[in-house]
Design a protein around this ligand. Structure first.
Ligand code: SIN
Length: 546
């Protein structure tokens, strides 16, 4: 498969703030990891104990997307399952754009990493024979999802964070915002960070910098993602000259609670895996009209079907019905969802749950190979921030936590095998500065971010057209012009600039892909075009003042 390359013609500054490494406070590590979700923390745990590792996170360590994951982790453990079947299901969901080498690594290294999680003490649900319980999610041809009730991410993250916090060789710095990666002669040398407010700066130098900062769900006003998911990693990578890929593939989860007080709480796909069905406003099932697998069709198909039903009937939501399961089962299997719904007066053992699709996951990100390497020497990416091709055009459910584990482990292996080159050396400090003159200007970041999120939601959502995308591009261009050259005097301006870069690239990718494939659906090009479009759109980053 060939990449469709778009050279970096976007007008970006190389760095967003002024600094000079000569007088900037700095510290030295062997490995610096940006982000504290499963990918970041597991990478730190996988590095040899004789390396000095730093994790930085812009909020506190437990605020990330992994912690919210409900469903579970995909792994072929059933006696009728195999890594080949997991491979095939992943490729089928990915609609022709998966990287087979990376998917092979994912499925074949899954079981050893799950065994490792069990050794750390992760408490997955087990059956009466003490075997890991397996459930079903969409587009898996067999029960393959291990879980801890409906709070799998929290159980895994809590366990791994407590393991990493006990290590002497790993330092964790919270409320530390990665503003830019530092490069010298095209090689990554470290990370420029600020405090929470964006007023004090510090550099962390390392021969290995790993971006595990998560996705860009917060480009959308309706998302299951936490506030931190503003795509900082991909934007800073782009400024530094990294390649970004598959940005047009934004995953919308079919079933997110639709309640006046809450429209971003996930109702896990595992609920459908346990037999829940979708019903329209008349109480009738509709999924059989859309796909043979009905409610367990690939996620993009189910989201689009719900969206179309809502549009056809002029409704804001549909319903999820699992009332045929007993209260006792639902309370045990889905304790978080059960009690959240109940807090809004919905008893899922008796009532249908109102649901609508909303943004959930970013398939695209910083382009890496199957060892998490980017095109910038010393710079790696893993987890949702990265795109190594395992998801293709549509991620198979519960492959994302697994991705963080498998490729985080691979980074650890790479560090171990290259220890002589990777240990920080005396005199590593590079000479880098940015003395660009910025304009001082008051920016209402909250309202700008709100405007960006609405336009992305309305125009770059589940169903796109050339017109909707062009309109979004026009607004984003106007907004970008308003902050161009403006001093990033607070963290929110950095976030806004990051979001504008990424929104521009997502829209550009969606405009460029004149077909429908996986999560990218163009109503003006409703069919897939395998002749012209069986390739990935890659943006080659860079700035106009490199
Ligand atoms: C879910 O529980 O439905 C989310 C699982 C996932 O995003 O893979």
């Amino acid at each position: 498969m060939q990449d469709h390359i778009i050279e970096g013609n976007l007008k970006t500054d190389r760095y967003l703030v002024n600094f000079n490494t000569e007088d900037l406070p700095g510290d030295f590590f062997d490995v610096v990891i940006i982000g504290s979700g499963i990918a970041g923390v597991y990478t730190a745990l996988s590095c040899p104990r004789n390396t000095r590792v730093l994790i930085i996170t812009k909020e506190s360590i437990e605020i990330n997307n992994s912690v919210l994951a409900q469903g579970g982790i995909a792994v072929s453990l059933d006696q009728n399952d195999s890594t080949d079947l997991h491979f095939k299901d992943t490729l089928y969901a990915g609609a022709g754009l998966c990287d087979e080498t990376a998917v092979k690594a994912l499925v074949t290294e899954a079981a050893e990493n799950i065994a490792n999680l069990c050794l750390y003490g992760v408490n997955f649900d087990r059956d009466s024979d003490k075997r890991l319980s397996l459930t079903r999610e969409a587009a898996h041809s067999i029960n393959r999802i291990i879980h801890t009730g409906d709070a799998t991410g929290k159980e895994v993250c809590d366990t791994l964070v407590s393991a990493v916090s006990a290590l002497d060789n790993v330092i964790i710095r919270e409320q530390t915002f990665a503003v830019d990666i530092l490069t010298e002669k095209g090689e990554c040398k470290g990370v420029l960070t600020s405090n929470e407010e964006g007023t004090e700066f510090k550099a962390y130098y390392a021969p290995v910098v790993v971006c595990a900062s998560g996705g860009y769900g917060r480009l959308y006003s309706k998302t299951t993602n936490p506030e931190v998911a503003t795509g900082d990693g991909a934007s800073m990578a782009y400024r530094a000259g990294a390649e970004l890929v598959d940005l047009e593939f934004v995953q919308f989860h079919p079933t997110v609670l639709f309640h006046p007080e809450n429209q971003n709480f996930l109702i896990s796909e595992a609920v459908r895996g346990e037999g829940a069905v979708l019903r329209d406003y008349k109480g009738e099932r509709f999924m059989e009209q859309y796909h043979d697998l009905k409610e367990l069709a690939p996620r993009d198909v189910v989201s689009r079907a719900i969206f179309q039903e809502m549009q056809m009937n002029g409704k804001s939501h549909v319903f999820l019905d699992i009332t045929h399961k007993g209260k006792e089962f639902l309370q045990r299997r889905f304790p978080t969802i059960y009690s959240k719904c109940l807090s809004y007066g919905i008893d899922m053992s008796k009532d249908f749950i109102p649901v609508a699709p909303c943004q959930h996951y970013s398939m695209g990100g910083i382009k890496t190979d199957e060892w998490a390497k980017t095109n910038i020497l010393g710079f790696y990416a893993v987890g949702e921030a990265a795109c190594n091709g395992i998801h293709g055009a549509n991620r198979l459910a519960s492959n994302s936590l697994l991705e963080g584990l498998v490729f985080g482990k691979r980074i650890g292996r790479m560090v171990k095998e290259n220890l002589d080159n990777i240990k920080i050396r005396e005199g590593f400090k590079p000479k880098i500065k940015n003395d660009k003159k910025y304009v001082e200007k008051e920016i209402d970041c909250a309202s700008s971010i709100g405007r960006l999120q609405s336009i992305m939601n309305d125009n770059v959502g589940i169903i796109r057209t050339k017109e909707s995308l062009k309109e979004a591009m026009k607004t984003i261009m106007e907004m970008s012009a308003q902050v161009d050259g403006v001093k990033a005097s607070q963290s929110q301006i950095v976030e806004l600039k990051n979001m504008l870069i990424l929104a521009t690239l997502v829209i550009k990718a969606a405009l460029t892909r004149e077909e429908s494939r996986g999560a990218h659906y163009r109503s003006d090009y409703p069919a897939s075009d395998d002749k012209n479009w069986l390739n990935n759109i890659v943006f080659r980053g860079g700035s106009n003042n490199d």
